[in-house]
Design a protein around this ligand. Structure first.
Ligand code: PMM
Length: 287
């Protein structure tokens, strides 16, 4: 299956498995930092049933400092190459056009850009030229000060409006409509309250008219569910059940794809939604 085929998929919600080749991602930082460990992990993610493997070399945790271009390349390239060689559908998670370009040459066939093209003016011309599917996330600025930008009157309306205007700019620049995926950017310039409001309004994202990706996996707000005021949040490694609940919500809302760390359990959770959907009258499936 090609990346373009995957973008056209509407019968089920797809699973994008995360491979962070970083020392400091908040969800799995350091675990797969060495190339061999990252390659093995990527193969496991693919074997667990991921439709797409998302490989990233830059942590976007709040307050993170950016790696150099050379360092980002050093982290991701061997992993992209090895995974693509095994037949996995590889997406490169980067804000840098030159990293996307090198990853494309190494076998990546999709680009996931949390900045939606804002961080690097060369990114959009590159994906258009290469004809690659492109995930553009809702973004208000780099992670070092993104919480200062977490100010909304009505987060759902504003995220939808900002994504719609980015969609128009990207399509106006020449990106094919069939190549564009939008993402509300859970946790990016958003407080826990903002994340919950967006999760409660997932079906409204269909108004954007594009396939929607949701990336809620292991994010901090999920660690606070069910914890009392004096209790510590659950650590990232213990948030997969809560993540699966968000994936079920995404699938029930008819979203295109969920980006998750725990692929095997997500596949099982989504199979439940698929089994029930197969028995629903056609007009009740919100796609
Ligand atoms: N979140 C992270 C990284 N990349 N990409 C998209 N499209 N959407 C997201 O929500 C997203 C992303 C940060 O999470 P991680 O540290 O667990 O990878």
């Amino acid at each position: 299956m090609t990346a373009a085929d995957l973008l056209a998929e509407r019968d089920r919600t797809l699973v994008m498995g995360v491979v962070n080749v970083t020392p400091d991602s908040f969800s799995d930082g350091g675990e797969w930092f060495e190339p061999d460990a990252a390659i093995t992990h990527g193969r496991d993610v693919w074997a667990a049933g991921a439709d797409i493997v998302d490989i990233g070399g830059e942590s976007t945790r709040p307050g993170a400092t950016r790696p150099s271009f050379a360092e980002e390349l050093r982290r991701v390239l061997p992993v992209v190459e090895a995974l693509a060689a095994t037949g996995a559908l590889v997406c490169i998670d980067t804000m840098r056009a030159q990293v996307a370009q090198a990853a494309y040459a190494a076998g990546a066939t999709m680009v996931n850009d949390v900045s939606g093209g804002h961080a690097d003016p060369e990114m959009v011309p590159f994906v258009i030229g290469a004809g690659l599917p492109y995930v553009a996330m809702h973004w208000r600025g780099h992670s070092d000060d993104m919480y200062a930008r977490a100010v909304y009157d009505d987060v759902v309306a504003e995220v939808c409006r900002e994504l719609a205007s980015r969609r128009d700019e990207l399509l106006g620049a020449g990106l094919a409509q069939e190549a564009l995926v939008l993402d509300p950017g859970i946790g990016f310039a958003k407080t826990a309250e903002h994340n919950w409001a967006l999760l409660a309004a997932l079906p409204r994202l269909h108004d954007l008219g594009q396939p929607i990706l949701l990336g809620a996996s292991r994010k901090a707000f999920l660690g606070r569910v069910g914890r009392g005021p004096g209790e510590d949040p659950r650590p990232a490694s213990e948030r997969d059940l809560e993540t699966a609940a968000t994936s079920v919500m995404a699938a029930m809302a008819g979203l295109w794809c969920v980006r998750v760390h725990d692929v095997a359990q997500t596949v099982r959770a989504l199979a439940v939604v698929a089994a029930a959907s197969a028995h629903a009258p056609v007009e009740e499936v919100p796609r």
